[in-house]
Ligand binder design. Sequence first.
Ligand code: ADP
Ligand code: SF4
Ligand code: MG
Length: 332
Amino acid sequence: MKMNNGKETIIELDHIVKKYTSRGSFFGTHGNEIIALNKISIKILKGEIFGLVGESGSGKTTAGRLIVRLEKPEEGRIYLNGSEMAGLKGKGLKDFRRKIQMIFQDPYQSLNPQLSVFDTISEPLVIHKIGNAEAREDAVWETMKSVGLSPPDDFVNRYPHQLSGGQRQRVAIARVMVLNPDFVVADEPTSMLDASISAQIFNILIEMREKSQVTLLFITHSLSAARYLCDRIAVIYKGNMMELGSADQVIQKPRHPYTKALIDALPKFGLSGKVNHYNTLLPVEREASEHEGCPFFTRCRVANKTKCSLEIPLLKETDDSHWVACFYAENG
Ligand SMILES: Nc1ncnc2c1ncn2[C@@H]1O[C@H](COP(=O)(O)OP(=O)(O)O)[C@@H](O)[C@H]1O
Ligand code: SF4
Ligand SMILES: [Mg+2]
């Protein structure tokens, strides 16, 4: 088993490339190839909350969908506990389907409107043939309490349309957690919810990790949400890894100009007006290079126009387990 800081790796993405073809326009032009993930490598350690942060369209959901096998990569490999996932079949695949789960962004779309709360949460147990009717009922009750749907009696007979957005997301989380999974992808689970409800959902995720030692991949566009929840954070931009480190390293001592721009964009409470501390983002994008250079070149104020437009910066370790893909990470 691969070890990292004394912890085992549960999920490893190894040089993953995922491409899509856009549909093309109404007038019949050919679809363009979109590289959603460009040679992304990540090791997620058992028991951690790992944050994947980037703006919309950066490839976060794609990464989550690849891990739960809703998509297949064009290149690269994905490992679960050191075994390649692509080779899973039969019982191995069935176990995988129980152990690896995903919570989706939109609780309105992820629940079947025809199923009551009880049926929604017990259905995965039925599908995976876990326990008898009595044991399933106990498991549903326990899980409902742990996600704050309490007392369960008040909720079991309701249907999704009779629940608030926050309650629906709790049901969606319960449906995943009732299977006692080893690994959960939570894809922007609170982006459709109010801030106060979001904070409650974050606390449920933290409690879940403490109680069941589940490993979480928390996907978000918000560095402040990642800071609140995550042990480590990876920042991606247009499918490329920009920075990876502990939450403290990435947020207190960011090294990549893109991470710094994300931090500058955070609301600064208690300050009058916005203070751009790092100021690494160009107000107007510059023209793209004809060559393949740094993915952030067009928006980076720090860029050296020759070097950054001609060469792709590789991910390098700058401090202990803090990785950055920028030629000027030290002084950028
Ligand atoms: N099914 C698809 N078909 C075509 N393009 C897609 C598809 N899914 C995602 N993409 C594209 O891939 C890129 C990454 O998307 P996504 O992973 O959803 O990003 P994020 O979750 O960070 O917003 C985007 O450019 C998006 O438009
Ligand atoms: S390599 Fe150059 S363009 Fe890319 S982030 Fe660093 S300074 Fe900016
Ligand atoms: Mg997404």
